[in-house]
Design a protein around this ligand. Structure first.
Ligand SMILES: [Zn+2]
Length: 344
């Protein structure tokens, strides 16, 4: 095994040539052979001492190219190769201090990954602002190894943010518009969304947001669900068949119902004006059973339905899981979709 002194942070090839004191003639020769070196970003450098000099390996950040320079008293030679790297999945986690971007840049010394991950979450989270104490991240990234030594990171395959009891997740997927691989929310095809809208809603007024300033309490508190605009008294339906596991009144949620469904999912319906008579813990509810009415109990600035989805006990973004229509509007929407498809 070679003894690598790998310095793993991004820098320009030209900076490395300067640090390693290559002469102008040597650098001129390198660039004559490989013009891309003038602007090449290097993920890491390995220096291997040899009898009369050393070998330097420059690992390109963007491709699998490796530039190998052998320097001895007699000569300096550069070749470019394409290494069959070994790969492994590496897991990182940590607490967020200030912004996500600064934290990741600090913890990883890799700007590309810090930027990529914080960009990926900007829908759920204001990346320029700090999160409340105790927020944390975790992610999994491909690591490339050369002879068993880690030399650089590849794609981030999965990333999660945890704020209080909420989690936001992104998974590496191909963007069907740009054909690039991006960190995207798990967004199953429309008809695979398991839940129906709990009200015949007009629109969603407030999104799942891990860094929202609470409108009443005026401090940063994650918004663990989405708000449906609806008049007081509008009928509320279960998003899917399930069993009521909590029904009652809480300070912030007001009158609320918590329903358990299959596959580790739970849904919550908050700020209700009233419950449908006869419902209690253990009641089985089906899609077309009204469970209550929209209201403004608890911390609410006006009547609306706050709807939350938990998976394995953590809040997830309902937008990626809820269809645009209620159960009884199903035929209407699915016929419209079928007509659209056949028109194409
Ligand atoms: Zn809400």
């Amino acid at each position: 095994m070679m003894s690598l002194a790998v310095s793993a942070h991004e820098q320009l090839a030209m900076q490395i040539f300067e640090q390693e004191r290559f002469t102008e003639t040597e650098v001129g020769d390198f660039i004559a052979r490989y013009p891309e070196l003038e602007s090449l970003l290097v993920a890491s450098v390995a220096k291997i001492p040899a009898e009369n000099g050393f070998t330097l390996k420059l690992y390109s950040e963007k491709s699998n190219d490796v530039y190998i320079i052998e320097k001895s008293v007699a000569q300096t030679v550069m070749i470019k190769t394409f290494l069959p790297f070994e790969v492994t999945n590496k897991f990182f986690e940590g607490e967020i201090r200030g912004t996500l971007y600064e934290t990741l840049k600090d913890d990883l010394k890799n700007e590309r990954i810090a930027r990529q991950i914080s960009e990926a979450f900007k829908e759920d989270f204001t990346t320029t602002r700090g999160l409340k104490a105790g927020a944390s991240y975790s992610f999994e990234v491909i690591e490339y190894l050369d002879n068993g030594e880690p030399v650089k990171f590849g794609n981030v395959v999965k990333a999660s943010l945890f704020v209080g009891k909420a989690v936001s997740e992104r998974v590496l997927q191909q963007n069907l518009e740009t054909l690039e691989w991006d960190l995207l929310p798990v967004d199953p095809a429309k008809n695979e969304k398991p839940f129906y809208a709990p009200v015949k809603m007009s629109r969603v007024s407030s999104l799942f947001n891990l860094a929202r300033k609470h409108p009443v309490k005026r401090r940063i508190q994650p918004h663990n669900g989405i708000d449906f605009v609806a008049k007081a008294g509008t009928a509320v339906y279960p998003a899917l068949d399930g069993v009521i596991i909590a029904i009652g009144r809480a300070k912030a949620k007001g009158k609320f119902i918590l329903i358990e469904h299959a596959d580790g999912y739970q849904t919550t319906y908050d700020h209700l004006r009233k419950f449908t008579k006869g419902l209690r813990v253990g009641s089985k509810v089906e899609l077309n059973d009204q469970i209550g009415e929209v209201g403004r109990t608890g911390y609410a600035t006006g009547a609306h339905l706050h709807f939350g989805v938990l998976r394995d006990g953590l809040y997830v973004n309902p937008l990626h899981l809820v269809k645009d229509y209620t159960f009884d509007q199903k035929d209407l929407f699915e016929i419209a979709e079928a007509e659209e498809d056949s028109a194409e």
